[in-house]
Write a protein that binds this ligand. Structure first.
Ligand code: SF4
Length: 449
C-alpha cells in the first residue's frame, strides 16, 4: 500500500537541509508520494526508514527486462504523465512481426531489414529492438521451427505470440534461458499458463477486454507471485486503445492503482493494413503510453520516422544531448593540422565536424565536456572558461600530436582569448568564426593565420 506524503514525511530526517533539491522535507515527501522523485535524492535517510519507505520509492509502473545480455530491453519504470514534468525513462521497444505463414524468403528479408535499419542521429543509434513471432496456425512444430530460424538470423529479444499452449512451451524450450515475453495469458487460459510462467520465469502479456477483467487477471497473476507483467487491454481500434493507454497510465500514477502499475503493449500491426497508417498509429501509441509497440511494416522509409519520433519523445528535456569528450581527428590530420575546440552539445559537434569535413582540411577537433551545453550557454554557465579549457587541453594529450601549438576557439568566445593564452602556457590562441558555416573558409586560410 502506497504511503501518503505525511506518512513519508514522518520517516524523513526533518532537517530541511535542502540537499535533495527541495526546500523542505515535506515538499520532498509529497513528491516522493506522487512518484515524481526517488528516495535516494535524500542522502540522509536512515537505513530503517529506507526499508520502511522502499515500497513508496518503487516506481509506480514496474520496471523489468525482457531478453538477456546486451540486447535485453527494459520496459516500464515511468513516473510521469508528461515529459516536461521530469522525463520519460524507458523508450518503448519496437518489435517487428514475423509469422509462421510467411515464406522463408519473407522471414529472411525481415531479419535482414532489422539488421539494416540502424540509423545514427545526433550521436544516438536508432534501431528496432525486438522481434515478435506469431503462431498463425496454432501449430507447435511450425512455431518452434520459426523461433529456431529467427534466433539463427537475429539476436534481438523475442515476443512469442500464440493461442496454443504447446506452441508457447515449444518456443520457450527453443530459447531456453532467454526469457522471451509470452503473449498472452488471458482469463480463459490463466490456470494452464501460470505453471508455465512460474517454471520458465518468463515475463508475460496479460490480455483481457476491459478494465475490470484486466484488473482481475493481473490480481490473479500477482497472487501467484508473478511480477513481470505487460498489460494488453484488448482493443485493436486506435481511439479506444489510445483512451485505454491514458486511463491505465493515470490509474497507475495518480491513484497508485497497483493492478495497472505495469507497462503496456499495443499492436498497430493488428489495427490496419496500410503501412503508413500503421506507423502513424505506432507513433501515437509510443507517445501515449505504450510500453512496447508491435509493427508489421519493415520498410525503412516508414520505420525511420517512427524511430525518430520516439527518440524525440524519450530524450530528457532537462539534459541536452551530449557527445563524448575527447580528440576527434577529422580527415587524417597530422602534426601540422589545425586544432579546434568546442563544447560537447551534440548539435554543435555535428555541425562543426560537418563543416570541417566539407572544408576538406584535415583537423583535430577537441570536444570538451560542458554537460551538453552549447558554446555561449556553457560559457555563461561557467563551464567553458579559460581555466577549464586549459585543464582539458592538457588532459587530452593533443600537445604530443601537433608541432604548432595553436588552438582555435569559437568566435563567440573571442573575449576569453587573452586570458586563455595566459593560462594555457605555450599555446597560441586563435579566434575562429562565429558561425559554423564560415569554418571552411577559415580553415582554407588557416596556414596564413
Ligand atoms: S535531503 Fe533529506 S533531510 Fe534534507 S531536506 Fe531533503 S528530505 Fe529533508
Amino acid at each position: 500500500m502506497a504511503l501518503t506524503g505525511i506518512e513519508i514525511f514522518k520517516k524523513l530526517p526533518k532537517t530541511n537541509c535542502k540537499d535533495c533539491g527541495f526546500p523542505t522535507c515535506l515538499a520532498f515527501a509529497m513528491s516522493l508520494a506522487a512518484g515524481k522523485v526517488e528516495l535516494d535524492r535524500c542522502p540522509h535517510v536512515s537505513e530503517t526508514a529506507k526499508a520502511e519507505l522502499s515500497a513508496s520509492s518503487v516506481p509506480p509502473i514496474r520496471q523489468f527486462s525482457i531478453g538477456t545480455g546486451e540486447t535485453a530491453v527494459t520496459v516500464g519504470g515511468e513516473t510521469v504523465e508528461f515529459r516536461h514534468e521530469k522525463t520519460f525513462v524507458n523508450k518503448p521497444p519496437i518489435a517487428l512481426l514475423i509469422t509462421t505463414d510467411m515464406t522463408d524468403e519473407e522471414i529472411r528479408g525481415r531479419a535482414a531489414a532489422v539488421k539494416e535499419m540502424v540509423y545514427d542521429r545526433a550521436g544516438a543509434t536508432l534501431k528496432l529492438d525486438m522481434i515478435a513471432l506469431k503462431d498463425t496456425g496454432n501449430n507447435s512444430d511450425a512455431f518452434r521451427a520459426l523461433v529456431k530460424k529467427s534466433r539463427e538470423l537475429c539476436n534481438l529479444p523475442m515476443i512469442l505470440m500464440s493461442g496454443n499452449m504447446d506452441s508457447l512451451r515449444a518456443g520457450v524450450a527453443e530459447l531456453q534461458d532467454e526469457k522471451p515475453l509470452l503473449c498472452s495469458v488471458t482469463p480463459d487460459n490463466a490456470e494452464e499458463m501460470i505453471p508455465l510462467l512460474k517454471e520458465s520465469g518468463c515475463p508475460v502479456v496479460a490480455r483481457a477486454d476491459g478494465y475490470d477483467a484486466l484488473c482481475s487477471l493481473v490480481e490473479k497473476l500477482t497472487a501467484a507471485e508473478l511480477k513481470d507483467i505487460v498489460l494488453d487491454s484488448g482493443s485493436r481500434k486506435l481511439k479506444k486503445t489510445f483512451e485505454e493507454q491514458v486511463q491505465i497510465r493515470r490509474a497507475a500514477l495518480r491513484k497508485a492503482f497497483r493492478p495497472f502499475g505495469y507497462p503496456t503493449i499495443t499492436f498497430p500491426c493488428e489495427m490496419t493494413d496500410d503501412p503508413a497508417m500503421e506507423i502513424l498509429i505506432a507513433a501515437t501509441l509510443a507517445a501515449k503510453y505504450s510500453g512496447i509497440v508491435v509493427i508489421s511494416c519493415a520498410a525503412g522509409e516508414n520505420v525511420f520516422p517512427l524511430l525518430l519520433s520516439r527518440m524525440n519523445i524519450f530524450t530528457d528535456p532537462q539534459r541536452p544531448m551530449a557527445t563524448d569528450p575527447g580528440i576527434y581527428p577529422i580527415g587524417e590530420p597530422d602534426e601540422n593540422s589545425p586544432v579546434l575546440i568546442t563544447t560537447n552539445f551534440s548539435l554543435t559537434y555535428f555541425i562543426v565536424a560537418g563543416e570541417i569535413e566539407s572544408a576538406r582540411v584535415p583537423a583535430w577537433l577537441l570536444i570538451m565536456d560542458c554537460e551538453g551545453y552549447s558554446v555561449l550557454t556553457a560559457w555563461s554557465a561557467g563551464k567553458f572558461t579559460p581555466d577549464l579549457i586549459s585543464d582539458f587541453v592538457k588532459r587530452t594529450g593533443i600537445e604530443s600530436k601537433v608541432a604548432r601549438k595553436a588552438l582555435t576557439i569559437p568566435g563567440y568566445t573571442a573575449h576569453i582569448s587573452g586570458e586563455l593564452e595566459d593560462t594555457l602556457k605555450g599555446w597560441e590562441i586563435l579566434v575562429g568564426p562565429r558561425e559554423a558555416s564560415h569554418i571552411p573558409a577559415y580553415l582554407k586560410n588557416y596556414g596564413s593565420s
